[in-house]
Design a protein around this ligand. Structure first.
Ligand SMILES: NC(=O)c1ccc[n+]([C@@H]2O[C@H](COP(=O)([O-])OP(=O)(O)OC[C@H]3O[C@@H](n4cnc5c(N)ncnc54)[C@H](OP(=O)(O)O)[C@@H]3O)[C@@H](O)[C@H]2O)c1
Length: 275
């Protein structure tokens, strides 16, 4: 279940905690924190929710990310995340993008010339050795990035998290990850905010025939491909619907129809193959 940034000035603290409370009441005990200054710092909200939930730490699966501007400060960033999350370890930490950005440069899109994501990965491997992270993974990696990383990695990433849905299936990447034993988790599985995926007639017809919502069909499609999903919602009824997938299945023909949709759409720009 996805947990996106909810800036405190837009969403009151009580609503943020209620959303997390809904997830915990539904026994869905995975939360993802992200510490990206000004963009999506939600670790404090996740940490508060975890503390107030009374759910034992060992029942939770906590994930966070190393953001692009912290590539040279992995250990320090991890300590800050742990402090905000009120825990002494995370279950998974992801490198958000394979891009090491120098925060000191005026334009925060300038990469270091003496540091790459290979160096960042080495620092992340140390997090496993120090017990701060149970596992490490990556996000927004393409096959080319993986080939570079795997040539020197001591630890193979456990998880790769990328955008994927019927209009951005990332099939080649999925097959590559499966061949390397890397689990693919997909974001934007519903097409993110203001989704255009639901406009598709084939999807609508399958949902009608299955007496399911379009979003449930999108999630079942992703799960049947062997990926895990992290649909995000702050609406209790939608969260429940997204979790209520028992009994919804797709035939090989329906999978084929959805795999054959021609429209292409990437909601999270940036591309995958970034040096
Ligand atoms: N690693 C990365 O680089 C990266 C990039 C992007 C996103 N993510 C993460 O991926 C997760 C997924 O978020 P996402 O924004 O990408 O996309 P998403 O889950 O595809 O879509 C979320 C949007 O769909 C709405 N929604 C959820 N369930 C619905 C339903 N059953 N019917 C109709 N609308 C529904 C939500 O509405 P309400 O919330 O208003 O209810 C929200 O507007 C988040 O945790 C996000 O932080 C990661």
């Amino acid at each position: 279940m996805g947990w996106k940034y909810l800036p405190s000035d837009l969403v009151p603290r009580t609503r943020r905690l209620t959303t997390l409370g809904t997830l915990f009441r539904l026994h869905f005990w995975q939360a993802t924190g992200t510490s990206i200054p000004q963009a999506c710092d939600n670790e404090t909200a996740v940490g508060d929710g975890v503390m107030l939930s009374c759910v034992p730490r060992e029942s939770l699966f906590l994930t966070t990310k190393i953001n692009n501007m912290n590539h040279k400060h992995v250990a320090e960033a991890m300590e800050e995340s742990l402090l905000k999350l009120h825990t002494d370890y995370v279950d998974l930490v992801l490198m958000h993008w394979p891009v090491s950005i120098d925060p000191a440069r005026e334009k925060q899109t300038v990469v270091y010339n003496d540091w790459t994501f290979i160096d960042t990965w080495r620092e992340m491997e140390n997090l496993v050795e120090s017990g701060r992270a149970r596992s490490i993974g990556v996000s927004n990696f393409g096959i080319q990035n993986f080939e570079t990383l795997l040539a020197s990695a001591r630890i193979v990433p456990t998880v790769c998290r990328v955008e994927s849905h019927v209009n951005c299936p990332s099939t080649e990447l999925l097959e590559f990850c499966q061949s390397k034993g890397i689990h693919l988790t997909v974001y934007a599985s519903l097409g993110s905010s203001n989704s255009r995926l639901a406009d598709n007639g084939t999807l609508q017809a399958i949902a009608r025939a299955r007496n399911a919502t379009i979003q449930q069909i999108l999630l079942v499609w992703a799960l049947k491909r062997g990926t895990s999903v992290i649909p995000k919602s702050v609406t209790t009824s939608l969260i429940k619907g997204n979790l209520d997938l028992d009994g919804i299945d797709l035939t090989c023909y329906e999978m084929h129809l959805l795999n054959s949709l021609l429209d292409r759409l990437e909601v999270c720009d940036g591309g995958r193959v970034i040096a």
